[in-house]
Design a binder for this molecule. Structure first.
Ligand SMILES: NC(=O)c1ccc[n+]([C@@H]2O[C@H](COP(=O)([O-])OP(=O)(O)OC[C@H]3O[C@@H](n4cnc5c(N)ncnc54)[C@H](OP(=O)(O)O)[C@@H]3O)[C@@H](O)[C@H]2O)c1
Length: 250
């Protein structure tokens, strides 16, 4: 089953310092890719790298604060000194407030990190790509790509927007040999969701709504990521894979 392997591929994972991005980076490295790990925390990225290497994988750390477009452009220039075969755009943030109280700075911040910067990073990587290296972009959606997340208008807008980005880039870049898809996770326990899932009543409500009756485990996203980055998905573009224990089907 070599189609599911990523040997000799260079894959960039943003948000690789913790949470879902870190778990995805592990899965990609285990499938044979050399992984560039990107986030702000150099110490946590180094922890990810050390664990990948301890399992026989290969990775490097590239710290970057992806809250500005300039940082995305600088990162892309730096990354394209070698061919990039895949990118997982997992860096993301949220902000919870009632819609009528949502302040402009929070709106700007969430839309920038979750939507604008990933678009800019993908664009710059394509502008500066080495030769005609085929590439697979995997954006991270959410239940918010399909339905409203309570008290999170900026997050919901950003994740709904990600599907538009996926469709636009997939159609524009198919001729360039670049595939673009999304993985949309349901509920997983990470720093992003801790405030919600640490409330017993909220957790019970959420688990009750999930047909599988449990949260996802971050490593359960690895299969979808490896699939979308590998030749196993060579004819798949413009799609999202929903990994939610059945939430949206319910
Ligand atoms: N957890 C869930 O249930 C869930 C569900 C659906 C979708 N998602 C999505 O999955 C992605 C990862 O979320 P998570 O749950 O793993 O959250 P997390 O544990 O809070 O991790 C967020 C990651 O993004 C990085 N990041 C945040 N701001 C950044 C910035 N300005 N520059 C560079 N990196 C930045 C963080 O690294 P540093 O702090 O080191 O920069 C960290 O690695 C997000 O897009 C999120 O929307 C999560």
């Amino acid at each position: 089953m070599t189609a599911f392997r990523l040997d000799d591929r260079h894959v960039v994972v943003t948000g690789a310092s913790r949470g879902l991005g870190r778990a995805i980076a592990h899965a990609i490295a285990a499938a044979g890719a050399f992984v560039t790990l990107v986030a702000r925390s150099e110490a946590q990225l180094t922890e990810t790298k050390t664990k990948i290497e301890a399992s026989g994988g290969a990775a490097r750390v590239r710290a970057a604060d992806l809250s500005t477009l300039d940082a995305a452009a600088e990162l892309a220039r730096d990354l394209t000194t070698r061919p990039v075969h895949g990118v997982v755009h997992a860096a993301g943030i949220t902000h919870r407030a009632d819609a009528q109280d949502f302040d402009d700075e929070a709106l700007r911040r969430v839309l920038t990190v979750n939507l604008h910067v990933p678009i800019a990073l993908a664009r710059e990587l394509t502008r500066h790509r080495v030769g005609s290296t085929p590439c697979s972009h995997v954006f991270i959606g959410s239940l918010g790509s399909s339905i409203a997340i309570p008290r999170a208008i900026a997050y919901t807008a950003s994740k709904a927007g990600i599907l538009g980005v996926v469709r636009s880039l997939a159609t524009e870049w198919a001729a360039l040999g670049i595939r673009v898809n999304a993985i949309s996770p349901g509920y997983f326990r990470t720093d992003l969701t801790a405030d919600l899932l640490d409330q017993a009543a909220e957790l019970a409500r959420i688990e009750q709504r999930i047909p599988m009756r449990r949260l996802g485990r971050p490593e359960e996203l690895g299969g979808a990521a490896v699939f979308l980055l590998s030749d196993a998905s060579s004819y798949v573009t413009g799609q999202q894979i929903i990994v939610d224990g059945g939430w949206l089907a319910n």
